[in-house]
Structure formats: C-alpha cells, structure tokens
Design a protein around this ligand. Structure first.
Ligand code: COA
Length: 668
C-alpha cells in the first residue's frame, strides 16, 4: 500500500542532491518497521526521479542510526511472525538490495551513532563520510545476538578479517577516524564540516557522466564475486551497454574533448557533460557562426606557405575548386549554414583510436567543426574491425542518411575493385566528400637477421615476418606485391586488426616488417620506434605529370621504383607491378576518404565539402597537421574524387581475377 505521509523519515531535494534522513531523533534514529516501509518506497521512487542525481542517507538530530529498533522491530514482533517477516523484507530490501545496486550514486553521511543494523546501509551506499566523533558499534554481541540480516557478511566483505572479527566479537565502540582507517568509511572530517564535505563529494559525482558512473559502480561491486573469465565477459558486456544506452555518448564526447578540443585532462577531471549536449558551446577561438568561404581567400594552389613544398612535392595539390563550384558554394551559403546550425555531427573513423587513420582524423575533426557552415559540434567515433569494412558497412546500411554522420576512412581500394562481399555497400554508392593523399612507408626492425644498417640491407635478410592487416586489405596486398617483386625471403602474416596492433607486433619483435601511411610513420612509428626500425622505401602516387617522386616530407626514403632499380636493375614491370600501380595510383592519391551515408541530403554533402575546402585554407589546421605528420596534406574534393571512385568499378576483369588469386594465395 502506498505511503501517503512520511512519519519516520524526511526527504529534501536541493540542486540535484536528495537528502533522505531517518527522522526518529528521540530514539537516536533506531529503525522501526514503519521507518523501513517508508525508506523502501522512497528509495524506489527516487531511483527514477529526474530531480535526484545523488542520494544522501543520513539521520536528523545529528544521529545516523542506532540500528534496528529493539522494541518495535524485535520485541513487539516476537509473537507476530507475519509482521516480522514483512518488516524484515522491507528492511533488507532498502538497506541492501536497493542501495547496493542503486542506479544513482549514494552517500552515507554518518554522525552521532552508527550501531548494529545501521551497518547495512552504511556499507550498501557507494560512499561514506563520517564525523570524526561518530560512535560506531557492532553492538549485537553485547545484547545477545550475532550481527544478523547481512551485517556480519557486509562487514566481513568490507574490512580485513581481523578488523571484522575484532569489532563483531568484542562489540567495542570506535570513532570516525578508526572507521576510516579500517575502510569502513571513505574519510572522517570534523563534525562541523560534515555537511559541506558531503555536498562537495556529491557535486564531484554529479559532474560525471551518469551512465558511465552507474556502470562503473555496478561493475566494481559485481566483479568482487566473479572469477577472471566471468569478469572479462561481464565488463565487456557492460562496456558495450554504456555505448548503446548512453544519451551523452560519453566515450566519444570524452575523447573528443581531450584529443580534439583539448579542453581537459582526464587524469585530473571529468569531461564536461555540458559539452555533450547537442548545442555545445563553441570552443574558444572558433569562427563566428555562418562563416563561409571567403571569396577573396587565396586559391588552394596559391597558398603562399607551401610554395617550396609544392614545387618539390611528388603529389601536387589536387583541389578541384572551379569557378562553377565556388559559385555553387556561394549561393548555397546561407542554406548550408542553416543545415548544421546547433547540430551534432558524428565523424566515423574506421580504425581504432591511436592508429594513423585516427591520428589524422582527429586533427581534421578538431578543426573541421570551425569551418562547416553552421558550426556543428563534430564528435569522433572509432569503429574498427574487418579491415575498415565494418564502419563503411555501418555508414552504408545503418547510419541515418540525415547528414549527421559521415565517414573518415582509410578505404579499401582492392575490396572496391574486386567486389569483395565483405564490403556490403560499394564505395560509389556513398556520396564523396573529400579525400586526402598520403604516401606509404615500409619499415623493418634493424635487428632483423643478419642485422640491418639501412633499409637497403633488407635485401640480405631472410626468413623474416612481415605483418599486415587482413589479406583482403590494400595494406597486406601492397606489402606482398612489393616484397615478392624484390624477391625477398619473408613470410607475410596478415590478419592484424589495425595498424596500431601491427606497430605493437613489430615493437615486440613478433614480426620484423610492416608498412604504414605517412601520418603513421611520422606521428607514431618514427617517434616511438625510431631506434628499432629503419625505413625501406615509400610508395607514392604519381604527380599530375605522371612522375613518381619522393614525397617532400620524407625526402630521404627512396621510392619503391628507386629501390627496385638499385637492387634489381631497371624498372619493375609485369602483372605484379600493374596490380601494384593500380592500387597505389587510386589509393594513395585519396588515402583517407570522407564519405556521407548513401541518400544523405545533397545540402549536407555540399556543406561538408565546403567545410573541407575551407579547412584547407586554415593556417592553424595546416600547421597542426604538419606538426604531427610533418607534411602539408593534399586534398581532393568533388568531381575528381568521384571519378576515381567510379573508375574502381571499371577495372580490367583480368586484373580483378589476378587480385582474387593473389588474395587467396596470401590468405593461406
Ligand atoms: N532500539 C530501540 N530504542 C532505542 C535504541 C534502539 N536501538 N537506541 C536508542 N533507543 C531509545 C532508548 O531506549 C531511549 O528511549 P526512551 O527515551 O524511551 O528511554 C532513546 O532511544 C534515547 O536513548 P538513550 O539510550 O537514552 O540515549 P543515549 O544517547 O544515552 O544513548 C545509544 C544512545 C545509542 C548509545 C543507546 O541508546 C544504545 O546503546 N542503544 C542500543 C543500540 C543498539 O544496540 N542497536 C543495535 C540494534 S541492531
């Protein structure tokens, strides 16, 4: 029966904290059956109360609780087993089942007396702060019973066995400082500071993501009684559950605020849950809303900062910004600005955090949001696996085509060419936004037998392992084709989940050689394993004149063609080389590709293209990119990219057959 009037407890709500206080101070807040019923119902209701963020359990009059009411709970129920059972059920339910698994954080604010049965709520709450002069006592032994209900159990679980035995068997009182020392409470403070300290802790808890906090507290409690295998499973499932059910998308928001916006340090504080709201405040220094491309801004190929780079670059900037396109952009300006105004856009990265795609994607995301008209909040979501295909399948099949999700992928050209069934949505079905060129660097451990002084010595090595992503991935195929053409004696080990995993394998000596994009080489491999590995050669797309020349960022690493000529004489040719160039010419010119979901509104695609174009004029972005990758990135936007993607479907059937055979061979 619902309780209409609270007689034994009080409930007060202030600024997200709900104070639930036992209210029988004249009985030192001893707990009567009626009090238990009121607590049970109240806690049940507060668990879903939107105003309640944190629950504090305390007692009025300066007393936490003198335990079960010896008169009304015990004596008066001696001859009333039904009443006793009902009261005991309610008592145990709120003091243990409810509080232990409560969906919101709970704090015990302890003062005066904490005796006997009150240890149940003391230890069921997530946190406890005590006044230093609180009197704690496991008094049961002193009046003739053992610490019942679950008191013996929860005390034994909470503190070291000797403390549990000592205080349960002797029933000696101890103070708040001793309670803190033995781990019965988090800390003890002078009584006059107790409330302020409780509020301080509650405010810290309220600053966290509620979904993550809830999962974390449940996890810490549940794994105590599980073995390691069960814990792995439980924690993995719980982790997935947060990602699905978290309205704040805490994982991506937290990473984005740290990695992209650089607005906080997770070691010291939580991410801002305000930033997680759809209408997040723009980061300091971002442009005013509606900032569109300035028609007076220099054309991309007129960038003064990059003149010498451009002259020596192997890949001339391929920006398609025709007068027509510029006019379209200008006319689309105000409408575009409206499209993303106040929105949150997800940039899906198809490899795990920390890898080269992620490094580059996060630099782009950090600056891109300042250039997309309407200034949406761009958050990054990593979705690795399947050689990058899981994320593109997700974008193609699951993501809403509303313009609010776009991909930043290292795409899989070969899968596109041969119609790999794992790639369920063909690349030409995705509206193309932009592509970034990148060369690829091959590298090898210098302790590879017989010991390498430079990349040239790789020709002397034999029996080494080259690790790569899955056999259907461009990364593995280009590894195999180049090393085969050089006649190296090696074993290809495909199947790694991402390039970060590949790097780790090389670092551990699990394999000796691998390849990675320029951002991976400059941003991760060179800085972390520069002493352990040497570069071998680079693969680059030809420039507009068809010339294959070293990328300006890595002028000391020979091209594959140079390396081949040096060791084998002449230029590589034959089917292997034709296949290799087919990949390289398409892939490296647009190594990272940004796609919208199929069916996304034209307006959104054009607005995002506009954002990318403007981004490439932003000195701050270019400098940031150059700092990590040591190169100024080349961009393809618009028709040129679309044409390259369309060409994938027109591959010579003989070549497609060759790729299939080669994949089958390296899969074995
Ligand atoms: N059950 C029933 N009544 C209790 C009670 C309890 N657990 N604890 C205190 N009371 C009552 C007292 O009987 C007294 O009632 P009265 O005014 O009708 O006589 C009133 O609360 C005040 O208690 P009192 O002992 O006078 O106050 P105090 O401040 O001097 O001492 C305690 C407080 C808590 C130290 C003392 O009351 C005590 O030891 N209580 C027993 C606590 C206990 O063992 N609880 C275990 C239950 S599992």
């Amino acid at each position: 029966m619902a309780i209409t009037k609270l007689e034994c407890i009080t409930v007060e709500k202030t600024n997200g904290i709900t104070w639930v206080m036992l209210n029988r101070p004249e009985k030192r807040n001893a707990m009567s059956p009626q009090l238990h019923y009121e607590m049970d119902e109240t806690l049940r209701d507060l668990e879903t109360d939107p105003e309640t963020k944190v629950v504090v359990i305390g007692g009025n009059g300066g007393y936490f609780s003198a335990g079960q009411d010896l008169k009304t709970f015990f004596r008066e129920n001696e001859k009333n087993p039904a009443g006793r059972k009902r009261a005991a059920e309610a008592a145990n339910r709120w003091r243990w089942e409810r509080l232990y698994k409560y969906d919101k954080p709970t704090i015990a604010m302890v003062e005066g007396y904490c005796v006997g049965g009150a240890f149940m709520q003391l230890l069921a709450t997530d946190f406890a702060i005590a006044a230093e002069d609180t009197v704690f006592s496991l008094s049961e032994v002193n009046w003739g019973i053992l610490p019942g209900a679950l008191v013996s159990k929860v005390v034994a679980d909470a503190v070291l066995p000797r403390h549990a035995l000592y205080y349960c068997c002797l029933g000696e009182p101890f103070d708040g400082k001793e309670a803190a020392r033995i781990g019965m409470v988090n800390y003890a403070v002078p009584k006059k500071k107790l409330k302020a300290e409780t509020i301080k802790l509650a405010e810290k808890l309220m600053a966290k993501s509620p979904a993550v906090l809830r999962a974390t507290k449940h996890a810490v409690r549940q794994v105590r009684t599980m073995d390691y295998d069960q814990s792995y499973d439980y924690l993995a499932a719980k982790g997935q559950a947060i990602k699905v059910g978290d309205p704040e998308d805490s994982y991506n928001t937290g990473l984005s605020q740290f990695l992209d916006q650089k607005s906080y340090k997770p070691t010291f504080q939580p991410f801002s849950t305000k930033g997680a709201a759809p209408k997040a405040k723009r980061a300091k220094g971002t442009k005013k809303k509606g900032a569109a491309i300035d028609s007076r801004a220099p054309r991309f190929d007129d960038r003064s900062h990059n003149k010498s780079d451009r002259e020596t670059s192997t890949m001339k900037t391929r920006i398609v910004l025709s007068v027509l396109a510029a006019a379209a952009v200008a006319s689309a300006g105000p409408a575009c600005a409206q499209f993303y105004k106040g929105k949150r856009v997800t940039m899906l990265i198809n490899y795990a955090a920390g890898g080269p795609t992620d490094i580059e994607g996060r630099i782009v995301a950090r600056h891109l949001q300042n250039h997309i008209p309407g200034n949406p909040n761009v958050i990054v979501k990593n979705m690795g696996g399947g050689g990058g295909m899981i994320a593109s399948n997700f974008l193609g099949e699951v993501a809403k085509p509303d313009g609010m999700t776009f991909g930043f992928f290292t795409w899989n050209v070969v899968a596109g060419m041969i119609g790999d069934p794992g790639l369920r949505v063909k690349y030409d079905k995705f509206p193309f936004i932009a592509g970034i060129a990148n060369p690829v660097v091959f590298y090898v451990r210098n302790d590879t037998q017989p010991g390498l002084k430079s990349g040239d010595d790789l020709m002397k090595a034999s029996g080494f392992k080259a690790c790569a992503l899955n056999a259907r991935n461009t990364n593995a195929i280009q590894m195999g084709l180049t090393y085969d053409m050089l006649g190296l004696k090696y074993k290809l080990v495909p199947g790694y989940q991402g390039l970060k995993a590949v790097e780790a394998a090389v670092l551990k000596g699990e394999c000796q050689s691998a390849n990675s994009s320029l951002p991976g080489w400059k941003g991760s491999i060179e800085p972390t394993m520069g002493k352990e590995v040497v570069p071998v050669f680079q693969l680059v797309a030809p420039d507009d004149g068809g010339k294959i020349a070293r990328a300006s960022a890595i002028p000391n690493i020979p091209t594959f063609e140079e390396y081949y000529a040096r060791h084998k004489g002449g230029q590589p040719k034959g089917m292997e080389y034709t296949a290799l160039r087919k990949i390289v010419d398409t892939f490296m010119a647009m190594f990272r590709t940004s796609f919208a979901a199929p069916g996304a509104p034209k307006e959104s695609v054009e607005t995002l293209r506009q954002g990318f174009r403007a981004l490439w004029q932003d000195e701050k972005f270019l400098a940031d990119y150059e700092k990590r990758v040591k190169n100024r990135p080349d961009l393809i936007v618009g028709e040129e990219g679309e044409k390259r993607i369309a060409d994938l479907s027109n591959i010579d059937p003989k070549l497609a057959q060759y790729f299939k055979g080669y994949i089958a061979k390296i899969s074995q």
